[in-house]
Design a protein around this ligand. Sequence first.
Ligand SMILES: NC(=O)c1ccc[n+]([C@@H]2O[C@H](COP(=O)([O-])OP(=O)(O)OC[C@H]3O[C@@H](n4cnc5c(N)ncnc54)[C@H](OP(=O)(O)O)[C@@H]3O)[C@@H](O)[C@H]2O)c1
Length: 249
Amino acid sequence: MTQPLNGKTAIITGASAGIGRATALELARRGAGVVLSARRADRLAELSEAILAAGGKALVLAGDAGEQAHIDQLLSKAMQWTGQLDIVIVNAGRGLAGGVLTSDQTQWESLYKLNVLGAAYLMRSAAKIMVEKQSGDIVVLGSVSGHNISPFSGFYGSTKWAVAAIAESLRREVAGRSVRVTTVKPGIVESEFQEVAGYTYENFNKSIARFGKVLSAEDVARAIGFIVSQPPHVHLNELVIRPTGQDYP
Ligand SMILES: NC(=O)c1ccc[n+]([C@@H]2O[C@H](COP(=O)([O-])OP(=O)(O)OC[C@H]3O[C@@H](n4cnc5c(N)ncnc54)[C@H](OP(=O)(O)O)[C@@H]3O)[C@@H](O)[C@H]2O)c1
């Protein structure tokens, strides 16, 4: 059977762990050549080797997704590699425990730089290439914490609210030129996210006790693979994916 993404080139940011890593594997399995970005070069090299060993195509560029210079290099490397850019997964991001009063204010600027500005640089630069050729998929990782703002991680949630607004605004700008911009908003996914965000294990375990089995990174990756494999006239432009037992946020 032909793989649905054969001949396509995809960029995935935050590919060294969690949802990004699982999505890179999923898209490579579906036939795409994948350009892998994150700060930890050793993790990317290991992932690239695994993809190549399975018969896929992969390229690595380590860097900071909050920096426009890295985004520019990423796009030019992908274009030099295959001469095209079909799919961009705007995934690199991190959480921050607490609300406006309780989150660590010294983290606010760097959080917005990565989760909002870096994501917007990538969306804008990728969209400019895609409107030229009148096709392409940009998939942005939002969160249920940006869908329903809760005090538990409200400041982080505000970055995901903002990035979803930017994605929807871009969707309206480029829909007429056959470019699809999609927001995927996961609920709780077990990954390195919880530790990086500073959620206590006590809190996380309480959620697991309430919600039952939480999502794996592969659950989200499968959904993303499905979204970008739709025929060109079909656009699943927003997806909220939660563990079945997660009532809120
Ligand atoms: N886990 C959840 O419950 C959940 C729920 C909803 C939405 N999300 C969103 O899903 C996305 C992926 O999260 P995840 O759960 O897969 O988290 P994760 O396991 O912590 O992975 C985060 C990825 O982002 C990369 N990253 C972090 N800071 C970066 C920077 N400054 N520059 C480049 N890359 C950077 C990390 O790589 P390096 O450290 O190597 O740079 C890593 O590859 C995030 O946008 C997150 O907000 C997660």
